[in-house]
Design a protein around this ligand. Structure first.
Ligand SMILES: Nc1ncnc2c1ncn2[C@@H]1O[C@H](COP(=O)(O)OP(=O)(O)O)[C@@H](O)[C@H]1O
Ligand SMILES: [Mg+2]
Length: 243
């Protein structure tokens, strides 16, 4: 069963403007981790916004084609029903964090859904533990390091337990130890049946991916098993994905 189905996806930030995504077609299976990579400006974050439904906030943009998540059209979902289906961690976590404490940040979405207080407490404990950030519970999200902010943003997204996760360069601000930790979390989430689409620059950090998508100037130029692609040094060097 495919969890995410993308068909003929194009995106322009302004009507008549350049196509930032140029007719993407791909599918991601349930319980699969697909990593999207490519040079800066090739459209990775824009793709994340389209997949998560967040692109709707850019009112001028023109999105064509279809994005289906677990059989539902992303354009037809709003608010809570969308957030329960797909969660996204933005490349810049500052755009996502707004609560005075980490605990409040994680509790915000479940509170909005009026879940019982006991369930909310359990959820907060569970995701803090899952991500190994229980020590940050009382901290102010604004005062954390970039990597910690991304973990808190991921924790807040996981509080709603969506089956599909979109994570945009969550490892970019982490050291090797932090990257290992996040990789272990993503693998654990995959083990729990989550479908994960992760943007990542550092391909050494994503050896756990099932498949890789390479974007170039808004087009999908390759979609392959991770081990196949990482072993194809000629392709990777020619595309400047490795030195
Ligand atoms: N809000 C915006 N308005 C207009 N153009 C944008 C906007 N955001 C991104 N772009 C352009 O879209 C292209 C893809 O950007 P982005 O998706 O952020 O790429 P990546 O995440 O791969 O670095 C770039 O040319 C970028 O300049
Ligand atoms: Mg980006």
């Amino acid at each position: 069963m495919e969890a995410v189905v993308v068909q003929g996806l194009t995106y322009q930030y302004q009507p008549g403007g350049p196509f930032v995504l140029k007719g993407l077609d791909f599918q991601v299976g349930r319980g699969e981790i697909v990593v999207v990579t490519g040079l800066s400006g090739c459209g990775k974050s824009t793709l994340c916004f389209c997949l998560s439904g967040a692109i709707r906030h850019n009112r001028d943009g023109v999105m064509a084609g279809e994005v289906g998540v677990n059989g539902k059209n992303i354009r037809e979902m709003r608010g809570a029903s969308l957030a329960l289906e797909v969660g996204m961690v933005f490349q810049d976590p500052d755009t996502q964090l707004f609560s005075p404490t980490v605990e409040d940040e994680i509790a915000f979405a479940p509170e909005n859904l009026c879940l019982p207080p006991d369930r909310i407490r359990e959820t907060v404990d569970h995701v803090l533990d899952l991500l190994g950030v229980a020590a940050l519970r009382e901290a102010n999200p604004y005062q954390l390091s970039g990597g910690e902010k991304q973990l808190v943003a991921l924790a807040a997204v996981l509080a709603l337990d969506p089956p599909v996760l979109i994570v945009d360069e969550v490892m970019s601000q982490l050291d090797a130890g932090g990257r290992k930790k996040v990789a272990a979390v993503l693998e654990r989430l995959r083990g729990m049946g989550k479908t994960i689409i992760a943007v990542e620059h550092n391909l050494e950090a994503v050896a756990f991916a099932d498949r890789l998508i390479v974007l170039e100037n808004g087009a999908l130029v390759r979609l392959d098993r991770a081990e196949t692609l990482l072993a194809d040094r000629n392709f990777m060097t020619a595309r400047r994905l490795i030195c």
